[in-house]
Ligand binder design. Structure first.
Ligand SMILES: O=C(O)CCC(=O)C(=O)O
Ligand SMILES: [Fe+2]
Length: 348
């Protein structure tokens, strides 16, 4: 997720540390996107135990939430902890001038590195309030995109931990996409076959404490653009998912991995499953860390609804899209909830 003039972009962490009691105006959300302080407390995100589950529970979670926690997923908890530790150390132990050596390139959107501003500065995106977030984006797969020299050098185990984590997340994404495929009535490999080789990015988000949590968002409302996102976080909380028209807090679940269905899975399942709209709120007291691992098609891949799910009574709901075109529209227009996928919906 990324940038235009990152060289000049203020790091939110520096702002937060300057001890200001009001946030600068460019971070203030318009009234309609400010976070509600009382999300629905009666709702809790489904949990799927990957060592024993029934497909109906997966189908229910995908249909009604587009998101669920997975437990017994096979990724060692020690690796999740090691990644969180290394990532946090980059943000809190590394001096700012050293961090800025990894600043995202000003030229291209979605460039790798240390950034703060998700969208390119276009006239369409200029009205969007800034996120109260800094991040580090790693290009991890395919290996031809990977250059660990662009990843933090400290702590010393950083690069190796990201590499191990990337591998584990790839395996888990394949496993979970297989289960999702079967739960919608497709053969297990069907969604993965449609996506093709995974283009995987690992993005660490660091949300510093914010003096005005009622007026700001850590990350604006969006759905992820690829196929599937796997997210881990610390115990602070702040992620919210939209269920129907209600925002629900996602309670951090120790050692679980959170699965978010992304837009290409919505298209492939012909809308039987919807991608999850989500956002991060800010916290006045504690910084928060999350790590999202995105699994996307190559830019040249054409995504279309699975023909097995289309018939006379259930016609194709989305037009085909070349993934690179989808990404370009996302970064120029901004996510604004789910507007990019909504633009592909065919008139019925
Ligand atoms: O910080 C979080 O929990 C959400 C991050 C996220 O949605 C993203 O990076 O796309
Ligand atoms: Fe996201």
């Amino acid at each position: 997720m990324e940038v235009s003039d990152e060289g000049n972009v203020t790091r939110v962490q520096s702002l937060a540390q300057s001890g200001l009691s009001r946030v600068p105006p460019q971070y203030i959300q318009p009234p309609q996107t400010r976070p509600v302080r009382q999300p629905d407390p009666t709702q809790t995100l489904p949990v799927i135990d990957l060592s024993s589950f029934d497909l109906a529970a997966v189908a229910h979670a995908c249909r009604h939430w587009g998101a669920f926690h997975v437990t017994n997923h096979g990724v060692p908890p020690s690796l999740l902890a090691a990644l969180r530790r290394a990532a946090l150390s980059f943000f809190i132990d590394t001096p700012m001038p050293e961090k800025l050596r990894y600043a995202c390139s000003p030229a291209a959107p979605a460039s790798e590195g240390y950034g703060s501003k998700m969208l390119a500065s276009t006239s369409e995106s200029s009205s969007t309030a800034l996120d109260w977030r800094d991040y580090f984006d790693h290009h991890t797969l395919p290996l031809s995109r990977r250059n660990p020299l662009r990843w933090p050098e400290f702590p010393p185990e950083y690069r190796e931990t990201v590499a191990r984590y990337s591998e584990e997340m790839k395996g888990l994404a394949q496993k979970v996409l297989g289960v999702i495929s079967e739960s919608v009535g497709l053969r297990a490999s069907r969604i993965e076959d449609a996506v093709g080789e995974f283009y995987q990015n690992v993005t660490v988000s660091y949300y510093p404490p914010c003096p005005e949590p009622d007026l700001t968002l850590g990350l604006q409302s969006h759905s992820d653009m690829g196929a599937i996102t796997l997210l881990i976080q610390d115990d602070v909380g702040g992620l919210q998912v939209l269920k129907g028209d209600t925002w629900v807090n996602v309670q951090p679940l120790q050692d679980a991995v959170l699965v978010l269905l992304a837009d290409q899975t919505e298209i492939i399942t012909n809308g039987k499953y919807r991608s999850c709209e989500h956002r991060a709120i800010t916290n006045p007291d504690r910084a928060r860390l999350s790590v999202a691992t995105f699994h996307d098609p190559a830019k040249t891949v054409k995504i279309s609804p699975a023909s097995e799910l289309i018939n006379e009574s259930s016609p194709a709901k989305y037009r085909d899209v070349v993934y690179g075109d989808y990404v370009l529209s996302w970064y120029t227009k901004g996510p604004e909830g789910k507007r990019n996928i909504d633009a592909l919906v065919l008139d019925s």
